[in-house]
Structure formats: C-alpha cells, structure tokens
Design a protein around this ligand. Structure first.
Ligand code: GLY
Length: 443
C-alpha cells in the first residue's frame, strides 16, 4: 500500500511501542524535534506519560490493537522499541497498512530472534564470530561438550529469552547445566528448544549501534554496557546495569576494522539475502585479548533494535533531529540526513529492585529528593507505574536509568551517582563501578 507522505513542515504523530527506559529516552529525544507533533506510547510507564506522551493502554504483543490504533490515528511514524513485537511481525503489519515504521520486518529481525539464523548469516557472509554448533537434542549437546577440552564455553538459547538465555559457562559442568535447563527443563519454553554452543572468546566487549535504511548505515558512538549484576562484572547476566559512551578502545584502527569486517559485510549480506532492514541494528562485539586464537573484532550477537541501557547514554549525545533520522530510515533516504553527536561523555546508572535478575518485590514507593544543587541529570523510567494517588511505584527489575552527560567521564559519573543517591525505594540496588574499565585505562 502507498505510504502517507507528510510534507516537510507538517508536525508528525508518532507512536513509540514499549515501556522501558530505552523507549523513555527515545521519546524524550523525539519530543525535542520541531517535526514532532503528538507523541503516543504503548503502553508507557510512570515516566513515559503525559505531558511527554499520551499513553495508549495496549501491550507490545497486541499486534491487532497496535495496528488498529495506528490506522485510526493516522500515525505518521511508529518506533518499535522491544524485540518481541519485531519478531512477531509488527513492522510488517504496519507497512502493509501503508504506515511508516522504524524497526525491521520479522524476516530481518531473525538476526536477533534466532541465534542459529544469525550464526548461519555470519558464516555465509564471512563475518567474524566464534565457531558454533546448534542442537535440539540434549544428549547430542552434552556429547559435544564432552568432546571439547575443559574450560569456558558459551551456551545460548536459540530464541528470544528476555535477555536470560545466554550462559557464559566457566567449565563443562556449568555448560551441561545450561543445556539441561534449556533442552530438558524447558526453562525458556520454545525459545530454548534449540541451543547454540559456541567458543568462548576472552576480551573486551563493545556495543556499536547503527541507524540504517538498508542502503546507508550510520554508526553511533561506541558504548560499553555492564551486563553482570555485580561490581567488577561478577554474578549473573542482566538486561544491563549501566553504560557509558564513548569508549577509548574504539580507536580509529579498531573502528576501521569493525567497519570493514563487520558493518559493511552485514549490510551487504542483508541486501544479498533480500532482507530490507530499516531501523537500528545492534552489533554486540568483542575485541579479543592479545594472543587469542581469534584475530580482530568478533560479533557476539546482533540485536534488531536499540540497546537498553545503551540508548539512555546515546540519546543525550545526539545533536541531530531524531524524527528526521528515523523518518529517513523508514523512507530509505538516510544518505540525505546529517547525524551529528556532541563530543561529551555520557554515563547511565541503572537502579534495580534488590534481588534482580532473580526474584524481587514490586510496588515499592519511589521517593526522590530533587535538590537543585545536584544539576541536570536525567532519570529515564523503566519498571515504574503510578498508583491512583499519583505516587510512583516500582513495577519491574530494572526501575530507573539515571543518566548524565559532561565534558569528562569523571564529571558525568559524579553527576549520575549524585542524582542516583537522591532516589529512594526499599531494597534499591545499583552498581557503583559503572565505567570502571575506562577509568582504569586512563590511570
Ligand atoms: N544492553 C543489552 C541489550 O540491550 O540487549
């Protein structure tokens, strides 16, 4: 169907699908655009609400409801935040209804929603990544582990497992337990009915996000996420406990290697495979330690969306108009748009419910002391809700993403932690060492 094509001065109606700090940061940035008219969020949270956006009480997996809403309201641009609606085909449905979308179709979103698909894609297009094998049978998977030398190995649920499907096992026993959980105990349901076993690569992780319209690809500043729950990168993986940008290991040589061996071949591979990718493409990378059997940057994973908390540090650094960029991605005109970034540093500290990523309590009252001395740090909401009295309560594992920008990393950290310390709720937990690798590098 022919897409509605608003003229260059018209204010646009924009729908953001999601309810995390990532979507709050995106809406915050979209709202600054002179092109932004009315903004909606489905379903939103206690920060992603009026006056920033109008909330739409539709779940992210209610594809029929979301498409009907976008048609009824003549939404000019829908921005899809999380992976589940992308994998379920929300972008396909909206495009078929003639509506502009930022986010790939389901076939291209398989780069995230199917680990075996992503691995085969990388093998086909010679994109560097760890060697792997995929299994649906537990005995065969354990046989593969038994045949490997003892030592670290990575076990991944093949499908979407809400960020919990990856185990970096330190030894064979831990890897066998991860196989058992997925294939025998059904811990991840259908998403864990197949596992990928891949070589462990020791090194420094780095995230590169890129805007693309399928023809042009524009990378964003490099980010380092802190995935483990404990300080010093210990304990289980989470969705991400904090992030900072930019990252000094992203030297011009490393940037060139990533562009030549990963980013350009990925874009060329998508085109060769007939996958029309319009949205944000997330490259989860590792720079192997010197002496590693692996040479040069390696892809750990693709995601078919913005990262969280990576987005919370990137949006405050973006100078250009996010509406123009996203619209250009949707229309295939990204090559005509300037994408500029401030030269500042950004830090995000995630405030989580105590116990996360394991069991945790919700409905804790959030109180915040907004002393003017503390400066202009931003608080993006994730798992929050409002009660009938208008009070803000916790409603998830990751609750708030406190973000600050400053000319130096030290100043940004001071600002972010200063603000984080003013936010109170029972059992609040956050890491106190966000950016520690970068600080150590500078000493
Ligand atoms: N921060 C990791 C992710 O968004 O998947």
């Amino acid at each position: 169907m022919e897409q509605k094509n608003p003229n260059e001065t018209e204010r646009l109606k924009i729908l953001v699908v999601g309810s995390g700090a990532r979507e709050h940061a995106l809406a915050w940035k979209l709202h600054q655009s002179p092109r932004a008219g009315r903004l909606f969020a489905a379903p939103g949270n206690a920060g992603l609400r009026e006056p920033l956006v109008s909330q739409v009480p539709l779940a992210v997996d209610d594809l029929d409801g979301l498409v009907a809403f976008a048609r009824r309201e003549s939404i000019d641009l829908t921005v899809i935040g999380p992976e589940a609606p992308l994998a379920a085909g929300l972008a396909d449905r909206l495009e078929e209804a003639g509506l502009a979308v930022f986010g790939p179709r389901a076939a291209a979103a398989r780069l995230e929603s199917s680990k075996p698909f992503a691995k085969e894609f990388m093998a086909r297009h010679r994109i560097p990544t760890a060697a792997y094998r995929a299994f649906t049978d537990a005995a065969e998977a354990k046989g593969c582990l038994a045949a490997r030398p003892e030592g670290p190995v990575v076990v991944k649920a093949a499908g979407l497992a809400q960020g919990k499907g990856v185990t970096v096992a330190q030894n064979r026993a831990e890897a066998e337990a991860a196989v058992r959980e997925a294939l025998e105990e059904n811990r991840f349901g259908e998403a864990g009915s197949e596992v990928v076993i891949e070589d462990f690569i020791d090194g420094e992780e780095l995230t590169i996000l890129a805007f693309t319209d399928g023809r042009t690809i524009v990378t964003m500043p490099p980010v380092q996420d802190h995935k483990r729950v404990g300080e010093g990168d210990t304990g289980p993986n989470t969705g991400g406990m904090g992030a900072y940008a930019p990252v000094a290991v992203y030297t011009p040589e490393v940037a060139r290697a990533i562009r030549e061996t990963v980013i350009e071949p990925t874009l060329a591979g998508l085109r060769a495979d007939g996958l029309d990718y319009r949205g944000c493409l997330y490259f989860g990378l590792i720079l192997p330690k010197p002496g590693s059997a692996h040479q040069g940057p390696q892809v750990i994973e693709y995601n078919a969306r913005f990262g969280d908390p990576e987005t919370e540090v990137l949006m405050p650094l973006l100078r250009s108009d996010l509406v123009e960029i996203m619209l250009a991605c949707a229309r295939g005109t990204l090559g005509e748009v300037a994408v500029e970034w401030s030269g500042e540093r950004a830090v995000c500290v995630v405030l989580a419910s105590g116990g996360y990523p394991g069991p945790y309590q919700t409905d804790r009252l959030i109180t915040e002391n907004v002393s003017p001395r503390l400066g202009p740090a931003l608080v993006f909401h994730a798992g929050t809700k409002q009660n009938e009295r208008g009070e803000v309560l916790t409603a998830g594992g990751r609750v708030l993403a406190v973000t600050a920008t400053a000319p130096t990393l030290e100043e940004a950290l001071k600002e972010a932690y200063g603000r984080a310390r003013t936010v109170h709720f029972k059992d609040v937990y956050y890491r106190n060492d966000i950016g520690y690798r970068e600080l150590a590098r500078r000493k």
